[in-house]
Design a binder for this molecule. Sequence first.
Ligand SMILES: NC(=O)C1=CN([C@@H]2O[C@H](COP(=O)(O)OP(=O)(O)OC[C@H]3O[C@@H](n4cnc5c(N)ncnc54)[C@H](OP(=O)(O)O)[C@@H]3O)[C@@H](O)[C@H]2O)C=CC1
Ligand SMILES: O=C(CO)COP(=O)(O)O
Length: 335
Amino acid sequence: MSLAFPLEKIAMIGGGSWATALAKILSENGARVGWWLRHKEDVQHLQRTRHNPRYLSSVQFDLTRVFPSTDVEDVVKEADWVVLAVPAAFVKETLDKLDRDALKNKRVISAIKGMIPGRNELVTDYVSERFRLSREKMGCVAGPCHAEEVALEKQSYLTIGSPDLALAEDFSQLLRNRYVKAHAAADLDGIEYCAVMKNIIALTCGVAHGLGYGDNFQAVMVANAVQEIRRFLYALNPQPRDLSASAYLGDLLVTAYSQFSRNRTFGNMVGRGYSVKSAQMEMNMVAEGYYAVKSIFEVNKDLRVNMPITSAAYHILYEKVAPAVEIELLKEKFR
Ligand SMILES: NC(=O)C1=CN([C@@H]2O[C@H](COP(=O)(O)OP(=O)(O)OC[C@H]3O[C@@H](n4cnc5c(N)ncnc54)[C@H](OP(=O)(O)O)[C@@H]3O)[C@@H](O)[C@H]2O)C=CC1
Ligand SMILES: O=C(CO)COP(=O)(O)O
């Protein structure tokens, strides 16, 4: 096993599947990972058995490199890099315990594919404002990559977006291993927004699947979704970007088609007739798309971009319109 970066100190914030997968990659590459989880019992379980009891519990950690804790201030204080990996809805309450200077001189990476509910902000925008941190000190992790496949060490690709390409390259290096390829890209906003929007699309694909629509329809939904994402990103930030790259299209495809996708699974349940509440209760994981629909729909009230899929998902999830009615309407709009 390589110990390429023995001196890098990482704070991993979050105890879910993605935090667990990233803690595995980073620690196995030799970094020191201080790991914040919210429950004392989970920290104790990790310390006792070397496994996260609730997510990717097959992964075994080396406790000479991984240091679980419930004290977020402590974990952050020790680190050079802070990796945020809680669902977006819990970012505020998790970081509220930190004072405004806590991230000074740190580099912050958001591994979150969601927006701050209510504020409708990207996670990096929220963190940048709350901690007075320049966006040059920040990045995001994106790309088609399910935590479950990382646990199985299946070949995966990640893209690190940051306005500072050197920072993105540095973090990419910390991630590269036998089964992870990582590369740097400059389009932080575009990558972050696309990572949020692909969850909405996957959720809506799930709804259609739950209603009995097949692969033919889903392919058309995904093709139309690419155009919807392009229009939205262009209205928001019209810099040149290649949406066919894996950070954009790849992530959309894996989420729309994978058996592991929380968003697709959640949508599928809604299409089959579950209420939003019961679908959420059935899953012990978080489908970011549910919150993202509201944020993107509200951001788009000013932009007025034509976004039929996002609007359909909003009507289904927040206005209780029957899924069959909304998908029927989409059928007529798709080309
Ligand atoms: N899973 C994946 O494959 C990938 C996920 N991501 C992104 O990573 C982010 C984290 O998701 P993921 O790891 O999948 O999460 P999971 O769905 O695996 O787990 C949910 C997480 O949310 C936590 N949680 C629930 N309620 C609260 C609360 N009130 N306060 C704080 N935390 C809470 C849970 O903590 P607890 O267990 O203590 O209840 C758990 O850590 C998301 O933005 C997701 O889109 C990105 C790429 C891949
Ligand atoms: O972003 C992901 C894969 O790249 C995870 O998507 P889900 O949250 O739908 O599982």
